[in-house]
Design a protein around this ligand. Structure first.
Ligand SMILES: Nc1ncnc2c1ncn2[C@@H]1O[C@H](COP(=O)(O)OP(=O)(O)OP(=O)(O)O)[C@@H](O)[C@H]1O
Ligand SMILES: [Mg+2]
Length: 391
């Protein structure tokens, strides 16, 4: 990105804008924040089928509301971040005319209500005041709204009042109560203009939050969060276009996991074992997980090895290389790494696997045994420890 301060004119414009509390400054600030997010996003090279990627892009370009659906850790959040960023950099490719496309990201919580997302109330100096929820705020700022992990909240309840609006019609969502102003009804509406508009209408007095033709409601939905997931009912679900984000193939996973191994000497071992674990999950339909859930496994094992090597006094008195001196074929070292691998699995995926029904857990156990990713003794140990994670 070019440095705006290298250009005196741009700097002057920004400074004046900042002093005026100007929209332009606000936009500049948001773009800076988006650019910082982008720096992080660039580090992750997603291994995703080109066709899925295209579907996400075309669906967002073509439709008001799009939901990315798939098992946990398949990169739904990541791809959405990257694609929103891509659209921001070249809106014309997607048929957008808006400059500086930006999105407000929110993660629904279990206790979310319509009031939190759309329009709520609070008491201020003994008076009831209305409060814009995330949706109205996003429209007021002309920001897209991204609901990350919609399965965490009962979205049927939260969005029930705006179903009709989602299909393109105007709906009343409540009243605006502001200090010293008459109470007026608030409507959600759409406009053919590219950008969102908040309009104050006189006859009858009302406020209209009109989402622009280029405004988008995006979201991710984790389809297999076992029993905990809030299912989205048909009425709401059909208001969104759904794009599946399946887990990367084991071949792609090998590439992904290799990027998360620091210990060059054990690179092959890590890639082999963690990929076997991943494939063991993939081969049981209801136990499918994405790479995201296993990418921290190498870091855990490496840390465990490092700490053991620090604890073990070496012959030369140099603690740091003690374990490195032990040949990797050494039996006790082998057993130790196997333990670390099982622990890494437990801390990464145990929380999810603990929610599996007994049949599914058995099926997964057989698949893990066949894959030779965890030793039978270590799988038993994992299973014993899952009890503690069952809330
Ligand atoms: N296909 C992939 N290619 C490369 N990396 C991936 C892929 N899928 C997941 N990852 C890695 O996993 C991390 C976590 O993925 P992300 O959080 O986007 O998954 P998610 O689908 O949103 O998960 P959840 O449903 O749990 O929210 C990514 O940042 C990335 O490092
Ligand atoms: Mg996510």
């Amino acid at each position: 990105m070019s440095n705006p301060f290298a250009d005196t004119e741009a700097f002057e414009a920004l400074r004046t804008a900042a002093l005026d509390g100007d929209e332009a400054f606000e936009r500049y600030r948001r773009r800076e924040a988006a650019s910082a997010r982008r720096q992080v996003a660039r580090l992750v090279e997603l291994q995703l089928s080109a066709r899925i990627e295209r579907m996400v892009e075309v669906a967002i370009a073509a439709s008001r509301a799009v939901l990315l659906v798939g098992p946990p850790g398949t990169g739904k959040t990541e791809i959405l971040e990257q694609i929103v960023d891509r659209i921001d950099r070249d809106p014309a490719r997607y048929g957008f005319t808006t400059e500086g496309i930006d999105a407000a990201w929110v993660t629904p919580e279990e206790e979310w209500t319509f009031e939190k997302l759309v329009l709520g109330e609070t008491v201020e100096d003994g008076e009831i005041r209305s409060v814009e929820g995330d949706l109205l705020q996003a429209i007021a700022k002309n920001q897209w709204l991204v609901l990350d992990e919609t399965n965490r909240a009962d979205m049927d309840r939260v969005l029930g009042g705006v179903l009709t609006w989602l299909s393109g019609k105007k709906v009343r969502v409540g009243s605006r109560r502001a200090a010293g102003e008459p109470i007026v009804p608030v409507y959600l509406e759409w406009t053919d203009q590219a950008e969102c508009q908040v309009r104050l209408l006189d006859t009858p007095p009302s406020v209209e939050y009109a989402a622009g033709a280029e405004w988008r409601l995006l979201g991710t939905y984790n389809a297999v969060d076992a029993q905990r997931v809030f299912r989205m009912g048909q009425a709401l679900s059909r208001r969104f276009k759904h794009v599946p984000v399946p887990p990367a193939s084991p071949q792609d996973f090998e590439r992904i996991i290799a990027g998360h191994v620091s210990d060059e000497d054990r690179l092959e071992w890590f890639v082999d074992r963690v990929t076997r674990l991943y494939a063991a999950h993939l081969s049981v339909e209801d136990a499918q997980i994405g790479p995201g859930l296993l990418i921290d496994v190498p870091a855990y094992v490496e840390k465990g090895l490092q700490m053991a090597s620090y604890d073990r006094p070496s012959v030369e008195g140099d603690n740091s290389s003690a374990l490195a001196d032990v040949s990797p074929t050494d039996d006790s070292e082998d057993a130790f790494i196997e333990e670390l691998l099982a622990e890494a699995y437990l801390v990464s995926v145990g929380n999810l696997v603990a929610k599996y029904e007994p049949d599914l857990l058995d099926e997964l156990g057989m698949s893990i045994a066949r894959s030779e990713s965890l030793t039978p003794a270590n799988w038993l140990w994992v299973k014993e420890n899952l009890h503690a994670m069952r809330a």
